[in-house]
Design a binder for this molecule. Structure first.
Ligand SMILES: [Zn+2]
Ligand SMILES: [Zn+2]
Length: 413
């Protein structure tokens, strides 16, 4: 059991170095296989080395020893058809064998074709479905698939580095297994458009995405006015953050919307996409979070799973293109957080990890500690702020809170 943002702000008990209290260990699994590294677009921002360096760092710090490690099985065709059209599956199969294939979003700069694309994508999707099953069946409280979170893939085409939408597959698996309500929170810097689209008409699935303002970043959707349709109105929630949003601003927006909405929805399980391309050094986007802000966000999601989703938490990866200085640290924090024993930010990065990077000829400044020396300020939201960020928060609250029986102007909601 963990106490998160609320408790950190209220300062219950002696704070840990991470700034949030820790009471007991959680049972957690990680789905991992070297086969994930075959999801490789070549010269491309989504370099699988980021996964390899994360696992290596987590192993050096002893985090993997506290997790049950599960080997993924590739999603079969029936599973993939819960998220994709038959035509599209055939196209991905064809593209796996034909380097000149173009169509269905494949063969583009964002989603170039590579040999074995179908199998590598199906393995990641199967891994996320496995993480969902692990948590739903109660074999562990939490399960993490850092290779997952490919949230842009659409039923009939690839998009934004994503071939198969493992998130949709995992949520459909939870629903098929008997979950009545699933909450999904997406903290990637880009809008979780593929997941939102899949469940836009489905009142059983709440999708919340915090992302850089869609007027300034791919995929151009994720406005506060996108709310879900018909009986599902109020189950799509979008928080559009101004470029430049930092740790304190991001956490203020999160705290102003996410806990209230998830509590009001009352899910049976929480699924999160933990993309870390919100980092200040990320080459593809313009938010300004530190590893410390990101680990605080992850701790808040963990706390929310315990508080509002019966402790059931399925955590997936996502974007993140600072492959040396950001992703390995932040997702090691994710893996550690799932065990209930976070890694303190002042922990030194193990020399063996740095030696490995130097051995691979990687130059440049390597991180020295597991944090960046920032202790994010946790300032609660209050109505009436005039900044771009406060107006964005207000827009989301006014759009969606009344649909959920919440008061957009009451900071206690
Ligand atoms: Zn836990
Ligand atoms: Zn992203």
């Amino acid at each position: 059991m963990i106490t998160g943002l609320d408790a950190a702000a209220g300062a219950t008990g002696p704070p840990t170095p991470g700034g949030y209290g820790l009471a007991m260990a959680c049972s957690a699994a990680a789905v991992w296989d070297e086969g994930y590294l075959a999801y490789d677009f070549g010269e491309h921002p989504l370099n699988p080395v980021r996964l390899e360096l994360t696992i290596r760092l987590a192993r050096e710090l002893g985090v993997l020893d506290r997790l049950e490690l599960l080997a993924p099985r590739p999603a079969d065709e029936a599973q993939l058809l819960t998220a994709h059209t038959g035509d599209y599956l055939a196209a991905v199969r064809a593209a796996s064998l034909d380097p000149s294939f173009a169509g269905y979003g494949l063969g583009t700069d964002d989603d170039p074709v590579f040999p074995g694309m179908y199998d590598a994508s199906a393995l990641i999707a199967g891994g996320s479905a496995m993480a969902a099953g692990q948590v739903w069946d109660g074999r562990s409280e939490h399960a993490v698939n850092i290779a997952g979170g490919l949230h842009h893939a659409m039923p009939g085409f690839a998009s934004g580095f994503c071939v198969f939408n493992d998130v949709v597959l995992a949520i459909r698996a939870l629903l098929a297994a008997g979950a009545g309500k699933v909450a999904y929170v997406d903290i990637d810097v880009h809008h979780g458009d593929g997941v939102q689209a899949a469940f836009y008409d489905d009142p059983r699935v709440l999708t919340i995405s915090l992302h850089q303002d869609p007027r300034t970043l791919f995929p151009g959707t994720g406005h506060p006015s996108e709310l879900g349709r018909g009986a599902a109105q109020g189950t799509a929630v979008n928080i559009a953050l101004p470029p430049g949003t930092d740790d304190a601003g991001w956490l203020r927006a999160f705290g102003a919307v996410v806990p209230s909405v998830v509590r009001a929805f009352g899910p049976d399980v929480l699924v999160t996409q933990c993309g870390c391309d919100t980092h200040h050094e990320d080459p593809l986007a313009n938010l300004e979070l530190s590893v410390d802000g990101q680990r605080t966000a992850i701790a808040a999601l963990h706390a929310l799973a315990h508080e509002a989703a019966h402790g059931k938490w399925v955590a997936l990866g996502g974007g993140g293109y600072g492959v040396i200085r950001c992703v390995p640290r932040t997702w090691t924090h994710l893996l550690a957080e799932a065990t209930g024993e976070p890694v303190a930010p002042e922990t030194l990065v193990p020399p063996a990890w740095a030696d490995y990077l130097r051995g691979r000829g990687i130059r440049g400044e390597l991180p020295r500690t597991m944090g960046e020396g920032r202790e994010p300020l946790l300032i609660s939201w209050a109505p009436g702020g005039e900044s771009w960020l406060d107006r964005s928060i207000g827009a989301t609250r006014h759009a969606v809170f009344p649909l959920l029986g919440l008061d957009p102007d009451d900071p206690r909601d």
